[in-house]
Design a protein around this ligand. Structure first.
Ligand SMILES: Nc1ncnc2c1ncn2[C@@H]1O[C@H](COP(=O)(O)OP(=O)(O)O)[C@@H](O)[C@H]1O
Ligand SMILES: Nc1ccn([C@@H]2O[C@H](COP(=O)(O)OP(=O)(O)O)[C@@H](O)[C@H]2O)c(=O)n1
Ligand SMILES: [Mg+2]
Length: 205
């Protein structure tokens, strides 16, 4: 269990326990797709760091241009921006169980989240998928994203290998990683996901 909670000002207080699961995996590995399933079956709130950043761009925030440029280049936005958005969303949800999707994506994300929130993830769900398959999926995602083009996809793959894999290794050393073969069909992957989440069952899975 994470040992912290937020008060209405977004400050963390030690009187409530949160369950946080980090959902990691390369771009196109199926994080968002499976999180939607987990929400339905297990009552978690899904927070996609990428979705929160894209919403921040749309809202016309002063950081919008910077975020847009980083996403277009496949680079990782500074932690303070992303963590603030995650904290806000956690507070607004009223829930105490969270899937944090696409975060932490580098060591800076990881250390800053730990420092600011004092939350340690329950476990890390890692969707393991080949680049060939991820590339195929991203090129047919059709969500109009500025980063789903072959040039940016290659940059995102490099950032994943160089910056995000070390975060997964950090949690592997703590025996917190549940690795899933994400190259299979959506339904097959969800069967494996269900087995991992059954201890957190809000209803029978
Ligand atoms: N197991 C799967 N097999 C085939 N296509 C998938 C699978 N999981 C997701 N997809 C598709 O691949 C694309 C990327 O999935 P998404 O969930 O957005 O991944 P991520 O959030 O990891 O980038 C989407 O178009 C989605 O419909
Ligand atoms: N923790 C995060 C998550 C996403 N992002 C940015 O948002 C982009 C898209 O992230 P995403 O999680 O929506 O992408 P997918 O892995 O779902 O394809 C990343 O390539 C980064 O540019 C970030 O800067 N920091
Ligand atoms: Mg996603």
């Amino acid at each position: 269990m994470g040992s912290a909670a937020m008060d209405v000002n977004g400050n963390f207080a030690a009187d409530k326990k949160f369950v946080v699961v980090f959902v990691l995996g390369g771009p196109g590995s199926g994080k968002g797709t499976q999180c939607a399933n987990i929400v339905q079956y297990f009552g978690f709130t899904h927070l996609s760091a990428g979705d929160l950043l894209r919403a921040e761009i749309k809202s016309g925030s002063e950081n919008g241009t910077m975020i847009q440029n980083m996403i277009k280049e496949g680079k990782i936005v500074p932690s303070e921006v992303t963590i603030k958005l995650l904290q806000q969303a956690m507070l607004e949800s009223g829930n105490d169980k969270f899937l944090i999707d696409g975060f932490p994506r580098n060591e800076e994300n990881r250390a800053a989240f730990e420092h600011v929130t004092k939350i340690e993830p329950e476990f890390v769900l890692f969707f393991d998928c080949s680049e060939e398959e991820m590339e195929r999926r991203l090129l047919s995602r059709n969500q109009g994203r500025v980063d789903d083009n072959i040039e940016t996809i290659r940059k995102r793959f490099r950032v994943f290998v160089e910056s995000s894999i070390p975060v997964i290794e950090h949690y592997e050393a703590k025996e917190k990683v549940s690795k899933i073969d994400a190259g299979k069909s959506v339904d097959e992957v969800f069967e494996d996901v269900k087995a991992i989440f059954s201890p957190y069952s809000a209803q029978a899975a």
